[in-house]
Design a protein around this ligand. Structure first.
Ligand SMILES: Nc1ncnc2c1ncn2[C@@H]1O[C@H](COP(=O)(O)OP(=O)(O)O)[C@@H](O)[C@H]1O
Ligand SMILES: [Mg+2]
Length: 188
């Protein structure tokens, strides 16, 4: 097992130990902090994943964005070449379950949103450093997507997903901001 996978497994284990009440509380606090963030306030089109527990809940974020008249785009993975595309989401019924129980946009019910149309991309991950480096789930999907993305990036995390360090490689691209349940870490 490589060093990144060792850290991934440690973090996954610690995430599964959060109780449901704490998961809800922390997710609410992350969302509340995001809603007051100027990158969120200013963004008209937001790229965001549909969360799968124990990641920070994003359903309440998607609902709030809809209420505010913002457009939501959610990722679809293309495992063949390990690339992502983003597609409009206007209701949760436009999602379907794919591998690993992940929810993705149904192609027939959604349309593609090019990278340059998104003002803000909320980048998922398992762990982060104070420099904004991100340990993902191991597919490198966002490391391939981010070089072509010019909008704002930020990540949402529970406080214990911020760790002192992990092996960072040349292709790893940091995010500009991390919002946790207790603080906002600005990097650029
Ligand atoms: N821009 C890229 N071009 C080609 N391969 C990449 C790129 N970014 C990442 N990879 C590859 O994807 C794999 C997973 O990357 P890694 O950073 O470990 O995953 P994650 O960011 O999901 O934690 C690695 O084998 C890496 O070499
Ligand atoms: Mg990476």
């Amino acid at each position: 097992m490589n060093d990144k996978n060792f850290v991934r497994n440690q973090i996954k284990e610690s995430l599964t130990k959060i109780s449901k009440p704490l998961y809800e509380d922390y997710s609410y606090k992350v969302a509340d902090r995001l809603f007051k963030d100027e990158d969120f306030e200013k963004a008209n089109v937001i790229g965001i994943t549909v969360s799968k527990q124990p990641e920070v809940d994003t359903y309440q974020i998607i609902r709030k964005a809809w209420e505010l008249g913002k457009q939501i785009a959610v990722p679809k993975c293309h495992p063949k070449d390990k690339r992502l595309s983003f597609r409009t989401l206007t209701e949760f019924s436009q999602l379907e379950t794919v591998y690993y129980g992940l929810l993705e946009p149904i192609e027939a019910k959604t349309t593609e949103v090019p990278a340059k149309q998104m003002d803000l991309l909320i980048v998922p991950g398992l762990a982060y450093t104070m420099e904004g480096y991100r340990l993902g789930f191991g597919g490198g999907y966002y490391d391939r997507y981010l070089p072509n993305f010019t909008g704002k990036t930020l990540s949402l995390a529970f406080e214990h997903q911020i760790i002192p360090n992990f092996p960072v490689e040349n292709h790893d691209i940091p995010v500009s901001k991390i919002i946790t349940n207790s603080r906002t870490i600005k990097l650029l």
